[in-house]
Design a protein around this ligand. Structure first.
Ligand code: NAP
Length: 268
């Protein structure tokens, strides 16, 4: 039976199996989607074993393998030279294992209608998720990014990597009046400190997008909604990147008209 997986360490928290199994069931596809804990030391052996397994369609990749997995698969789309991290590996028709990234497109899909060309965005965080966000924003001609990170030097390096104009600032710097605010850090996630940012400078027509999805209503989103500022929650990107991966694994688009049911399942 064809199957795909999500690999990481730890992996028990991953919501990917719920999402992909929901779509497999909904479409009546005889396939499976499993979670597999793979340690950093086991990554090479994992890909070697899957290369020999004709039922294996591919895998999603989560922390901590998004960068190192590139060493074990083909990088035909030069992801290393662009986003610098993969979240998906698929088996090509010629049997090759190809690394790709669906996080950037998954992030961008819900904001694709916004006039971001020349806009000013603030992004919190400078890790793997921020790389996908900055890559997407660089592709649509963002005018300026204020990048908040506790390690501002690392943030400055990321802006340079993506050729984005802007400033790298520490987490306690004041928020400028941006068009788009994106939290790409774990701040606000269950068990993590909240994101302590004064939203007062945000204009009323700004958009606040939080990549954190546990809890779904983060304190950041709650404060934005209290001011009647538009928001996007982390499940949008999670489902969006998964939908692109599902199509790569199983060759069909998942039924996105059932997103409400899927969101309810993920929140249960
Ligand atoms: P990551 O690579 O570990 O990067 C985390 C970033 O946040 C780093 O820049 C780090 O700062 C900063 N950070 C971490 N803990 C912090 C703390 N206590 N105080 C201040 N800054 C802190 O993680 P990631 O993969 O980018 O993920 C970031 C968040 O996005 C997670 O909550 C993840 O669940 C979420 N995410 C969501 C989706 C989705 O589909 N919705 C997809 C990917 C990620 P330093 O650079 O200084 O270390």
């Amino acid at each position: 039976m064809p199957y795909a997986e999500v690999i990481g360490d730890p992996i028990a928290h991953s919501k990917s199996p719920l999402i992909h199994r929901f779509w497999l069931d909904a479409m009546g596809i005889a396939g499976e989607y499993r979670a597999e804990r793979v340690s950093a030391d086991g990554l090479k052996a994992y890909f070697e074993s899957r290369r020999e397994d004709d039922d294996w369609c591919g895998c999603n990749i989560t922390i901590p393998h998004k960068e190192t997995a590139l060493d074990h698969v083909e990088d035909r789309g030069d992801v290393r030279g662009s986003i610098g991290a993969i979240n998906c590996v698929l088996r090509a028709e010629d049997g090759a294992l190809i690394g790709t990234n669906t996080d950037a497109a998954g992030f961008y899909a819900p904001i694709s209608g916004l006039p971001l060309d020349g806009a000013h965005a603030a992004v919190i965080g400078a890790g793997g998720a921020a790389r996908a966000v900055l890559f997407a924003l660089s592709q649509v001609g963002i005018g300026r990014v204020t990048l908040f990170n506790r390690n501002a030097l690392k943030a400055a390096g990321l802006l340079a990597t993506f050729g984005i104009k802007g400033d790298a600032v520490p987490l306690d710097a004041p928020l400028p009046p941006v068009d788009l605010l994106v939290n790409a850090s774990p701040l606000g996630m269950a068990g993590q400190p909240p994101l302590d940012l004064d939203l007062a400078p945000l204009p009323q027509d700004a958009l606040v997008y939080d990549l954190v999805y546990a809890p779904l209503e983060t304190p950041l989103l709650a404060r934005a909604r209290a001011r009647e500022i538009d928001t996007i929650d982390g499940l949008e990107m999670l489902i969006g990147q998964a939908a692109l991966a599902f199509e790569l694994f199983f060759g069909v688009q998942p039924p996105r008209d059932r997103d409400d049911e899927l969101r309810a399942l993920l929140l249960r």
